[in-house]
Design a protein around this ligand. Structure first.
Ligand code: TXA
Ligand code: MG
Length: 328
């Protein structure tokens, strides 16, 4: 079932009854359930085919809901929430009593964010409490940025899909862990590290290392069926020629204008924002066109280009040393 903003009240009722509602956010579509209900949250894992120890982000309708879900909310969290919510930033904080283990994967921390998307906010307000939601894709697949992507992946496993059109940011939220001494980015995303540091007024850890990295955020993630190769602009023509010579069906996506005869143009993007917004749709398109290899020239690694490059790298990893933790 698919519907628009006119079905938000109905969607709230589905959530109260323990059902699953897929909804748009500014980053990617989420697969939502009542975050207070272990049973409802359990259905998310079943629908996605995702390992049960991977924690979920709880979406809030307003910054004032923070205390219902987290304890010891400090100055950093307040500053960041004030600056970036609603928006593509997830804060990892100490969980409040009563947050189900099914949401946190048994951790003492919880990931929280207020999404910047009108239908998402209307749904949260109709429901009235936190909605646990991972990206609305099957485990291991590319995140959905359009309602039809959700239907293709989860169709009959979800009670209602709210259609808000294409997602405006296109890559997932930045995850920032505020529970350690120094704030640490666990996943680059829609809000870049420079912006976080500007608000905090000090340096943060920009890459996820050590035990606190986000489970499910390792390699071999966000991958289409096609093999993805990350290639520098100056090498892409030669590499394409080699692949075409082998008789392979090849596509290319790039941050600059690029047409290669015999190679399917999946997208060339003048800004990293555009690249981010179209990235997952392009990877899905590669599969629809049954391409075998996607050559991806990454955008400059600044701003949201950091998140795009991160996702391209993950899409390009064909194997992982820690497979069991992959691909939320
Ligand atoms: O933009 C987004 O964040 C989207 C939209 C729907 O909000 N959601 C999303 O959810 O990307 P998901 O489940 O696909 O990825 C959530 C990530 C996972 O890698 C998980 O490990 C991490 O957040 N995470 C959630 N709670 C955490 C916690 N308490 N500690 C560490 N990592 C956590
Ligand atoms: Mg995901």
């Amino acid at each position: 079932m698919i519907g628009g903003s006119d079905r938000v009240e109905e969607a709230g009722a589905i959530l109260r009854a323990g059902g699953l509602v897929a909804f748009p956010t500014e980053t990617v579509y989420g697969l939502g359930a009542d975050a207070r209900s272990a049973r409802a949250v359990g259905r998310i894992f079943l629908a996605k085919g995702r390992p049960a120890d991977h924690p979920l982000i709880v979406h809030l309708g307003d910054v004032s809901w923070l205390e219902r879900w987290a304890v010891g909310v400090g100055k950093d969290a307040r500053l960041l929430a004030e600056a970036f919510w609603p928006g593509a930033l997830t804060l990892i904080l100490h969980r409040a009593p009563g947050v189900p283990d099914e949401v946190t994967g048994g951790r003492e921390t919880v990931g929280l964010r207020v999404p910047a998307q009108p239908i998402a906010l209307a749904l949260l307000n109709a429901f009235g409490d936190g909605i646990a939601a991972p990206s609305a894709n099957r485990f291991g697949r590319v995140s959905p940025t359009r309602a039809e992507d959700v239907l293709a992946d989860l169709g009959d496993r979800v009670d209602l899909v709210l259609d808000g059109g294409p997602c405006q940011v296109g890559v997932e939220s930045t995850i920032l862990d505020l529970t350690a001494d120094v704030p640490q980015v666990l996943r680059p995303g829609g809000v870049d590290a420079d912006a976080l540091e500007a608000v905090l007024g000090r340096a943060i850890l920009r890459t996820a290392t050590g035990p606190s990295r986000a489970p499910g955020m390792l390699t071999a993630h966000y991958a289409p069926q096609a093999v993805v190769e990350v290639v520098a602009f100056e090498h892409v023509v030669v590499r394409a020629a080699q692949l075409l010579e082998q008789g392979l069906r090849v596509g290319v996506m790039s941050s600059s204008n690029l047409t290669i005869p015999g190679v399917a143009g999946l997208g060339s993007f003048t800004t990293s924002r555009d690249y981010a917004r179209e990235l997952y749709a392009c990877l899905r398109e590669a599969d629809r066109r049954e391409l075998q290899v996607v050559l991806a020239v990454p955008p400059p690694a600044t701003g949201i280009g950091v998140a795009v490059s991160d996702r391209l790298r993950r899409a390009a990893s064909s194997f992982s040393l820690e497979d069991e933790e992959d691909a939320t």
